[in-house]
Design a protein around this ligand. Structure first.
Ligand code: GRF
Length: 191
């Protein structure tokens, strides 16, 4: 069993999708052991409703230390599913190879500090891109720069708005995360 901690800051739709996939046996190798949120958010509420051990940490300078203290010692994988805080160098080194992030663009495009949420989709449309997508990647100290595990792309329609693109990419992400986790689990078996 891959014991997984899911980190959330927002709506938690990816968490819900993940939970559902585990329940339905699509991710039979994975256990959502705990959920950690860095603010009061829907994702945290969903986790509590589902009976997953749930924790709330504070944003700011001590976040990574607090998170490290809260994570169960036997956690195999940390999934940042819409987690907006940046994990520092010490934390990334300690948990190297065990942290993955979901990003709403085709990395390495539209990456880095400040590139999150609707801002990504606005920038994509301003640059008149013809396609966008989402990426799951390993987390290293440099933001959004770790090895890419999997991407999914979608076409941009002529009348696309940042909001419609956000919606499109979010539904793409739900499936992407499940496929990426399947890949990660295969890698883990090989190590
Ligand atoms: C996703 O779009 C993800 O790419 C980004 O944050 C959003 C999270 O959505 N990092 P949700 O909280 O899972 O609904």
């Amino acid at each position: 069993m891959i014991k997984t901690a899911v980190l959330v800051s927002g709506k938690g739709s990816n968490l819900l999708h993940l939970f559902d996939a585990v329940q339905k046996g699509r991710l039979s190798f994975l256990e959502i052991s705990q959920v950690v949120a860095d603010r009061d958010c829907k994702g945290l509420m969903h986790a509590m409703e589902k009976g997953i051990p749930s924790f709330r940490i504070d944003r700011g300078a001590g976040l990574c230390k607090e998170l490290d203290g809260i994570l169960y010692k036997n956690i195999d994988l940390i999934v940042m599913a819409g987690f907006l805080s940046i994990l520092d160098r010490d934390f990334c080194r300690k948990w190297a190879g065990k942290i993955i992030n979901l990003h709403p663009s085709l990395l390495p495009k539209y990456a880095g500090k400040g590139m999150y949420g609707i801002r990504v989709h606005r920038a994509v449309l301003e640059n008149k891109e013809t396609q966008s997508g989402a990426t799951v990647h390993y987390v290293i100290p440099k933001v959004d720069a770790g090895e890419i595990i999997l991407q999914k792309t979608c076409a941009i329609d002529p009348q696309e708005t940042p909001e419609s693109l956000a919606k499109k990419i979010q539904s793409l992400e739900h499936e992407l995360l499940i496929e990426a986790l399947t890949r990660v689990s295969l890698n883990k078996k090989g190590t």
